[in-house]
Design a protein around this ligand. Structure first.
Ligand code: HEC
Length: 102
């Protein structure tokens, strides 16, 4: 790959994520299984699951969208631990949560 092609590829990747076309709900699902399921698994999924609002209920809230969820994940919040996730991961997770909306 020439230097120029590399630059071009990089530009496309950057543009793609800026435009929000790269959300990967499948990856988001895997991330939530690792980082969120203990608390947010919902009804009787895991013995460890505490009584925290399940993702389905979050997705069903009026006015909730992927942008809000991703922003929430990136900001400090007190009731829930702050997780070391990247913005792109927050967006993948948000896409996955919004898929649960019926
Ligand atoms: C240690 C437990 C714990 C873990 C792990 C956890 N959360 Fe939470 N989460 C909470 C608590 C507690 C709240 C706030 C109280 C509530 O809404 O029940 C909350 C709130 C939220 C909210 C806002 C809900 C609302 O009412 O608008 C979202 C979105 C959310 N969590 C997503 C996630 C995601 C995504 C992950 C994994 C990356 C995660 N949480 C991991 C405990 C946790």
């Amino acid at each position: 790959m020439t230097h120029r092609t590399l630059q071009l590829t990089f530009a496309i990747v950057l543009f793609g994520s800026a435009a929000g076309f790269t959300q990967d709900a499948e990856l988001g699902k895997r991330l939530t299984e690792r980082w969120c399921a203990d608390c947010h698994a919902g009804s009787g999924h895991s013995a460890k699951a505490r009584q925290v609002i399940p993702f389905e209920a979050i997705a069903a809230k009026p006015g909730v969208n992927a942008e809000l969820i991703a922003n929430f994940l990136m900001l400090p919040h007190s009731a829930m631990p702050n997780l070391p996730i990247r913005r792109s991961e927050a967006e993948d997770i948000a896409a996955f949560i919004m898929q649960m909306k019926k």
